[in-house]
Design a protein around this ligand. Structure first.
Ligand SMILES: NC(=O)c1ccc[n+]([C@@H]2O[C@H](COP(=O)([O-])OP(=O)(O)OC[C@H]3O[C@@H](n4cnc5c(N)ncnc54)[C@H](OP(=O)(O)O)[C@@H]3O)[C@@H](O)[C@H]2O)c1
Ligand SMILES: *[C@@H]1O[C@H](CO)[C@@H](O)[C@H](O)[C@H]1NC(C)=O
Length: 285
């Protein structure tokens, strides 16, 4: 198991990436996998022959994405699902119990689900939206991580956390959501360093994503921002590749976001005004 940065670079430059060999037979839990990016991430792992456990709230939706059909068709070693609402931390704990019972351990914990942060629009002081976003989009991630920690240490596994540009740069109209993403960045970047100092071989990959063309994203912001959405399939491929190679982070789309992240430290005012131009205020206010 390799996970120092130097070894990681060495590996990705000099060794061909052989995803199927590295992932076949591994046990993977993907949260929020009934639709969107999580669904695509499940398909990526399925293509490489992993054992999959999918979770979300809607059982019917999960069953269509789920086992017998697409994941197994794509080559998954097995595919199961468990229904869970991440607004309830006990329910989050139970998902990990299911992983222990059904898979006998865990190699990849993919934290991807998102919900509960209210609609896109000006912040009206809605404390319930802040609380539920912090629970669904932050606290449940931490709970899943805590509950899975023993299994992940045993397997020298990986945590893949889906964040956003809005977890690195403040953005209007999604305050409750952004707060949870910033919290994730703080928790998981700190956890990564702590694990390294404790010589625990468990990788933490944070995915910083831009605008992705999932049905829900297009529906909620399609007429409110003038940005071009990026394909969810390619997004999932990049995320899984970085996770398997145990990279510290993956930025997608790289050339769309990296300049903004650099500009943020250097000229934050200019960067904000560049981004402001993408909002269609007459459809928002
Ligand atoms: N799309 C983008 O433009 C974009 C940009 C940056 C970052 N991201 C990040 O990428 C990730 C996936 O986004 P997406 O666009 O694919 O989202 P999505 O299509 O809306 O999917 C969200 C998933 O989370 C599940 N979910 C929602 N509330 C839940 C709850 N209370 N308990 C358990 N599961 C719940 C949903 O399933 P059920 O409804 O069946 O529960 C669904 O499977 C998120 O972390 C998001 O923040 C997305
Ligand atoms: C949370 O989930 C647990 C286990 O699934 C359940 O027993 C409990 O009633 C739930 N709590 C709430 C507030 O829904």
């Amino acid at each position: 198991i390799v996970d120092t940065p130097a070894q990681c670079c060495f590996r990705s430059v000099f060794e061909p990436f052989k995803p199927p060999e590295m992932v076949r037979g591994k046990r993977v839990l993907v949260t929020g996998s009934s639709t969107g990016i999580g669904e695509q991430i499940a398909y990526e792992f399925a293509r490489m022959g992993a054992h999959l456990l999918l979770t979300a709230r809607r059982e019917k939706q999960l069953k269509e994405v789920r086992p017998q059909k697409k994941c197994l068709e794509l080559g998954a070693s097995s595919a199961r699902h468990v229904v869970s609402d991440m607004n309830n931390l006990t329910s989050a704990q139970n998902v990990i119990e299911e992983a222990r019972n059904k898979l006998g351990g865990l190699d990849y914990l993919v934290l991807n689900h998102v919900g509960g942060s209210g609609r896109f629009g000006p912040f009206q002081g809605d404390m319930a939206a802040v609380t539920s976003s912090m629970t669904v989009n932050f606290l449940s991630y931490v709970q899943l991580t805590v509950s899975a920690m023993t299994m992940l240490q045993e397997s020298q596994g990986s945590i893949i956390v889906i964040s956003s540009l809005s977890g690195r740069i403040g953005a209007p109209f999604t305050l409750s959501y952004n707060a949870a993403k910033f919290a994730l960045e703080g928790f998981y970047s700190s956890l990564r360093r702590e694990l390294r100092l404790r010589e625990i071989s468990l990788s933490v990959t944070v995915a910083v994503l831009g605008y992705i063309d999932t049905d829900n994203a297009l529906k909620s912001v399609g007429d409110k921002i003038t940005m071009q959405a990026n394909p969810k399939e390619e997004c999932a491929r990049e995320v899984v590749r970085a996770g398997v190679l145990r990279h510290r982070e993956v930025i997608y789309p790289y050339w769309g976001l990296k300049p903004l992240l650099l500009l943020k430290e250097w000229m934050p005012g200019l960067m904000e005004r560049l981004l402001d131009k993408f909002f269609v205020l007459e459809n928002i206010l």
